[in-house]
Design a protein around this ligand. Sequence first.
Ligand code: CTP
Ligand code: CA
Length: 227
Amino acid sequence: TEDFFKPADLGGLKLTITAGPTREAIDPVRYLTNHSSGKMGYAIAEAAAKRGATVTLISGPTNLKTPAGVERIDISSAEQMHQAAMEHATTSDIFIGCAAVADFRPADVSEQKMKKKDGEDDMVIRLVKNPDIIACVAALDAQRPFTVGFAAETQDVEQYARGKLARKHLDLICANDVSNEGQGFNSDQNALHLFWPQGDKALPLTTKAELGAQLVSEIVSLFKAGK
Ligand code: CTP
Ligand code: CA
């Protein structure tokens, strides 16, 4: 009922959001991944769609329902997420990289299930770096969207977050202190500290649904201020 009175004030605005983990194949039955649930990205997508924005959600494997009115594109690996992101970024006003992209993938993917060998008690999997998706989006020349990243940190949060903001040429970074129990990865609650070149703002611990709504408001006002 509360939503009934909220205007669809983001009509005409296109957002692309990445969410969830990626899976990096080792062989046909095994992969590398991480603990991302996708909840934060889905909450942002839901909040933006409720306000009338056109939302594309590029999602790694999650157990979440697609929010109403959101176009969802399912991918598995970082390379697939990269391709989908570049396809949608140039037609978006705002790009939000919420996904926990695997930094590395196995250099060689075995076509057959890997087998143990008698007498071999250890094995080595060589990894190669994945493309930095958000940095690629922020490096777009023409039709570069307002680009928002996340930073999951366990220490020196501001220093690392500002480092990523500058290095990746982002417009805004949302830092997540994942050393605090009960927030971040897999939790239903989160707190964020936003950093942009000329300022910062703390968003205290609350539900991811509420935080998603607050974040959409902050992102849209910075986006509009920059135009
Ligand atoms: N990111 C990305 N592509 C990657 C790695 C990260 O787009 N290959 C994005 C994430 O979606 C997030 C931001 O970059 O928006 C920061 O991710 P994070 O893992 O915190 O930083 P990294 O740059 O990967 O550095 P590190 O993991 O070493 O702290
Ligand atoms: Ca990383």
